[in-house]
Design a protein around this ligand. Structure first.
Ligand SMILES: Nc1ncnc2c1ncn2[C@@H]1O[C@H](COP(=O)(O)OP(=O)(O)OP(=O)(O)O)[C@@H](O)[C@H]1O
Ligand SMILES: [Mg+2]
Length: 459
């Protein structure tokens, strides 16, 4: 290993004091001793002592970025990992790791443990190092105890001259986060995370093929939703200026099978955001809920399906009673605080989606203006939505049977899910459409019979 004296010399020129010079001289001597005389097995130990000394006298400043904050993965660590992957492939590291999982579209590079990577930002030199310490896995809360008795605690050390502290904190680290996000958007498949045992599962790929091209909803409504999403994504400056949390809440409501979950999938695919599918029934209390939401990464969608029945959400007075009785459970105000409260501002670009089949059952506190930014009704199939389904399932955009179907759709309520089922029964398009006409006729007859019975009873 060659010893580069340039930084030392320039540092000595700047800080021309006797004690400093003699300390630097000692360090140089020790480095020579290290390179020439120390047996390889003691090198690491000696090196860390030397690094420590250099840091003191070169006025270096080191930021430690640990992989986990409690149970949640540290997003700065994640971003550093992705960002340094690009550096590792091109610049200074002497050893890199290369991998490609199914989730990735391209090769991923990574610096190896205890390797250093130099980087420069607006004229400032920085040094990254990946530190790995092996410990007994039972001492780590986030670690899956089944797999191994030994676990690794990983962290990055970012070192630079302390006079650049402001620049690093205010410009460089945000830049690293930004670049990592861009890389992630281009390279990573979307993930879906679900909660179990108090933390998010990490590596499930989100494979739902639904997109706004295949979603069968009213065209005008679709345009409105897409415009809303575009506006939200572009609004970074607006949220920063107004001090509002950069998040948007949607309530999707409507009968089963009308496309609420399909719309969520289309949104995630459109924005390229990860989904965090929150099952409130397995969240013990408000504190765990808060921790889960803090564990979400930026640019992601929090989904709480069937909000009316997944949990009994009481009103606020009952909440207070419950917490004063020491009851451990997620309460409505806990949920609202978690999604709405001050601390949820820590993250950026969060979309929160609640779904329900029964909007009328929801607590008014959830529906209060300003809480859910947009309430979207997904309803029974219109003719234009049907045409989209015919295109999806049968690759047909015009057919002589369409007129009859349009007429029947005006008379009976049928969900896109029901239509989808009929259209997949046969291979031949005409037969499928004829099946659909028969299905709609039957529904219409049943509806008329029910109405007749109602009239009889009324009489
Ligand atoms: N608007 C739609 N466009 C395209 N396909 C749809 C639509 N609605 C439903 N489907 C089809 O029906 C299936 C079920 O729909 P989905 O799960 O989105 O309904 P949902 O409204 O979420 O129902 P639930 O209230 O029971 O959760 C989907 O997998 C999809 O194949
Ligand atoms: Mg659903």
């Amino acid at each position: 290993m060659k010893f580069d004296t340039k930084p030392l010399v320039s540092a000595m020129a700047k800080f021309d004091t006797k004690p400093f010079v003699s300390a630097m001289a000692s360090i140089m001597v020790m480095r020579t001793i290290k390179n020439e005389l120390i047996p390889p097995e003691f090198l690491n130990f000696f090196q860390s002592g030397l690094d420590h000394l250099s840091r003191r006298f070169l006025a270096e400043f080191t930021v430690v970025i640990e992989e986990f904050q409690g149970l949640a993965r540290n997003q700065v660590f994640e971003a550093a990992e992705i960002y340094l992957g690009t550096k590792a492939a091109t610049v200074s590291a002497e050893r890199v790791k290369v991998s490609k999982s199914e989730d990735h579209k391209k090769l991923s590079f990574n610096i190896d443990r205890n390797e250093e990577v130099n980087d420069a930002f607006e004229g400032v030199s920085v040094k990254w190092k990946l530190i790995c310490i092996q410990v007994d896995s039972s001492r780590i809360r986030h670690y899956d105890n089944d797999s191994s008795a030994v676990a690794e605690i990983r962290s990055y050390e970012l070192t630079f001259h302390k006079k650049h502290k402001n620049k690093i904190f205010n410009s460089y680290l945000p830049y690293v986060l930004e670049v990592a996000q861009q890389i992630k958007n281009g390279n990573m498949a979307i993930k879906i995370h679900s909660n179990e045992y108090g933390y998010w599962s990490r590596d499930e790929k989100f494979n739902h093929p639904m997109s706004f091209d295949t979603l069968a909803i009213d065209e005008k409504l679709q345009r409105e939703i897409v415009n809303d999403l575009d506006k939200f994504v572009r609004a970074r400056e607006f949220y920063r200026r107004t001090g509002k949390a950069w998040k948007r809440g949607y309530l999707l409501y409507g009968p089963p099978g009308t496309g609420k979950s399909s719309l969520i999938a289309a949104m995630a695919n459109y924005l390229h955001y990860d989904i965090y599918d929150l099952d409130l029934t397995v969240v013990g209390d408000n504190k765990s809920l808060r921790q889960l939401i803090l564990g979400m990464s930026n640019r992601s969608i929090l989904v709480i399906e069937d909000i009316d029945c997944t949990i009994k959400l009481q009103n606020r007075e009952e909440d207070e009673e419950a917490s004063s009785n020491g009851h451990d459970k997620v309460t409505l105000s806990g949920l609202l605080n978690a999604t709405d409260g001050l601390w949820s501002c820590c993250a950026e670009e969060h979309i929160i989606i609640f779904t329900t089949n029964h909007k009328e059952k929801l607590d008014p506190a959830l529906l209060r203006p300003g809480r859910m930014d947009k309430q979207i009704l997904l309803s029974y199939c219109s003719f234009s939505a049907f045409k989209q389904l015919a295109m999806n399932y049968l690759c047909v955009n015009e057919h002589e049977l369409f007129e009859k179907i349009e007429q029947l759709l005006g008379q009976v309520k049928v969900t896109p899910a029901e239509i989808g089922e009929v259209l997949t029964k046969d291979v031949d398009a005409t037969e499928c459409l004829q099946d659909l006409i028969n299905f709609l006729h039957t529904k219409k007859m049943i509806k008329e019979e029910i109405m007749d019975e109602g009239n009889v009873k009324e009489e």
